[in-house]
Design a protein around this ligand. Sequence first.
Ligand SMILES: [Zn+2]
Ligand SMILES: [Zn+2]
Length: 264
Amino acid sequence: MKVLFVRKAMPLSNPWIENFFVGPLQMRCSVVTDRETGDTIIIDGGDEPQRLIGWIDSFVGQGPDWSTGPSCIEEAKQNNLPKRRVVALVNTHAHFDHSGFIPVLKEHYDVDWFLHPDDTMLQTLAQKSGLRYGLQLPNPAEADKALEASKWHDFGSISLQVLHTPGHTLGGCCLLIEVEDAPNHVFVGDTLFAGSVGRTDIPHSGGDFELLASSIHTQLWPLELDTVVHPGHGPLTTIGHERASNPFVGDAAGSGVYGFGKYA
Ligand SMILES: [Zn+2]
Ligand SMILES: [Zn+2]
C-alpha cells in the first residue's frame, strides 16, 4: 500500500541561503535557514567543516561565497534574525567531496544525516576515494535516515521535496525548496550543471547517461522555469535557462547519433 506523506511545514518566505565552495574540488555546500525560526539545514557538508561551523554558529571566519543573508553578526542583530539551530544534515549523493566530512558535522551538531539508500554502498568508499586526492577523511558516516523519492520531508520548519534523479549515482537526489512569492530553489548535486551534466563514468557509482538524462527530463524540467538551480560545482543557473540551452539535455540537444542528447 502506498504510504501517504503529509507535509506540515509551509513554503519559506525569503529564505536565508548560503553557498560555500569547499575542498579541493570546490564543491558547493548550501546552508538554508528559516529566518523566522532559525531552523537550519546543511546540504552536502562535504569539506571544511570548521569553516561551516564557525560561520553558522558565530559568524566567524571566511564565511560563504554567496549568500542571501547577513554578512556579519551586527547585520544579523539589526535584522532581528534568530540564532541558528542546525536541525539536519542532508545530502544530494554520497561522493566523497559531498560527504567526506559529514562525521565532523554530525558530532558537532548531534543531528541525523539523511541520504538516499541507493548510495549507501558508495558512501562506504568515501575515505578511499578521498585518498586519491590526498585527502585524509574520517571514517565514513552512516546515514541515519533515508530520503524517499518524491516525498516532502520536514526538517524543523523547513520542508524539502526529494526528487530522485539517478544517473550520476544510483541514489542521487535533487532537493527542492518552495518559496512564497519568489523563485523556488533546487539543490541538484552533480546531476545538472550550468551548461553541462554530471559525469557518468565514476567507478562504483552506477553512472548511466541515458538514465541521467531521463531523470533530468522527468524530475527537473517540469519545475517552474525561474527555479534557481544550485549545482554541486560551478555557477548558479535556472531550470528555464538549462532547458533552453543545455547542450546535453536541453531542448536544443540533438537526439540522433551525433547529438549528445541520446535520450529522446
Ligand atoms: Zn558526484
Ligand atoms: Zn561533486
